[in-house]
Design a protein around this ligand. Structure first.
Ligand code: NDP
Length: 334
């Protein structure tokens, strides 16, 4: 049983998360916070949410609210999540957790000190496709991983071309939007944290004051190398991930997505075959794991620490692109 408040009347909340939260028995959404009173009211009415407010304290002082889901623009995550943690609420926060590594680390430390669950909404590690890939890697089916390639260059739908493409202060840009997901996915598959990054970013037709495309290469402690490509401007590139090992390769297509689709193939000396995977809803699985963690059973799919680490990689990629240097990635002591 848990009552949730939505911090942010966002598209991701309306498009995916409200349904996911309500899919868990005993979990209900009782309030939504929006900076805009009329929008908040309409959002609440449209989605059958009893209350809307423009005042964060109204949400946080409500003892009936156990959990907040933070899905405002990226610049607001830190202050809103910190206030919620300090008020003793559990927090499921959108990626990137914060705009700086120090802020994200502070969120993790504060949640630990207050004894609340902090999780990051990295959806990809909940996908059946990625769970199948990780299982193959963990069982040694491709041997020692030599390299990975992530293809995550998409065309940002017009409806999302707001703050993401023209507002660096709100946390816009392809790196904070997409590279964080790819960093989390690579960490999930390889079970290690990238050590260094080099990168080149570009504004290739959509970004105004922020990058809309980036290619980066990361070194891993094991010696593996990772190539990652993220963009808002690629209409026809398709997405995918490849992991190449000493004993085999995994080639997955159309899997860097919010939907339970795509194809995973394993190639090894026995030939090439399609790997079956579950087609469950990614966000439902994420919220279910979070709900179990609230009950003391297991951990969220992506923890606060995972959110810190994906942000650390993204910030290093951005610094590498801006400076032209090879950047050692620090994880704020976590
Ligand atoms: P939106 O642009 O839909 O919402 C962000 C904020 O913008 C809202 O909180 C809202 O403010 C304001 N807003 C939204 N629509 C309007 C409008 N029509 N007019 C005026 N203001 C508006 O963002 P997204 O849902 O795309 O992203 C929100 C967060 O979720 C980001 O941090 C993003 O990175 C993350 N995200 C994560 C995904 C995942 O799969 N994990 C997928 C998509 C996004 P207010 O609340 O004050 O009304």
């Amino acid at each position: 049983m848990a009552n949730w408040a939505l911090i942010g009347a966002s598209r991701i909340a309306e498009g995916h998360m409200i349904k996911a939260i309500r899919s868990v028995p005993g979990h209900e959404i009782v309030s939504v916070l929006s900076a805009h009173q009329a929008r908040g009211r309409e959002f609440a009415a449209r989605n059958g949410i009893a209350h809307s407010t423009t005042d964060l304290d109204t949400v946080l002082s409500d003892s009936d609210i156990d959990v907040v889901y933070v899905s405002t623009t990226n610049d607001l995550h830190f202050s809103q999540a910190m206030a919620a943690i300090e008020a003793g609420k559990h927090v499921l926060c959108e990626k990137p957790l914060a705009m700086t590594l120090d802020d994200a680390v502070q969120m993790v430390r504060a949640a630990e000190a207050r004894g609340v669950v902090l999780a990051t909404n990295h959806h990809l590690r909940n996908a059946g496709s990625h769970l199948a890939i990780r299982d193959l890697v963990a069982r040694g089916r491709i041997g020692r991983v030599l390299s990975a390639r992530v293809f995550h260059a998409v065309h940002l739908p017009e409806a999302l071309q707001g703050w993401r493409i023209d507002n660096p202060a709100a946390g816009g840009g392809a790196i904070l939007d997409i590279t964080v997901h790819d960093a989390d996915t690579i960490r999930f598959h390889l079970g290690e944290d990238p050590a260094e990054a080099v990168a080149i970013s570009a504004s290739s037709g959509m970004g105004q004051g922020v990058e809309d495309s980036v290619m980066s290469v990361w070194s891993m402690p094991s010696g593996a190398t990772v190539f990652a490509h993220e963009s808002f401007t690629h209409r026809f590139a398709g997405t995918g991930i490849e992991l190449h090992g000493t004993e085999g390769s995994i080639v997955a297509r159309n899997v860097m997505t919010q939907r339970p689709v795509g194809e995973v193939r394993l190639q090894d000396p026995e030939g090439r075959r399609v790997v079956p995977f579950s087609d469950h809803n990614l966000y439902v699985r994420g919220v279910s794991a979070f709900a179990e963690a609230l009950n003391g059973q297991g951990a969220p799919a992506a923890s606060g620490v995972d959110g810190v680490k994906s942000l650390a990689v993204a910030l290093a990629v951005r610094e590498a692109a801006q400076s032209g240097r090879r950047i050692a990635i620090g994880y704020g002591g976590l």
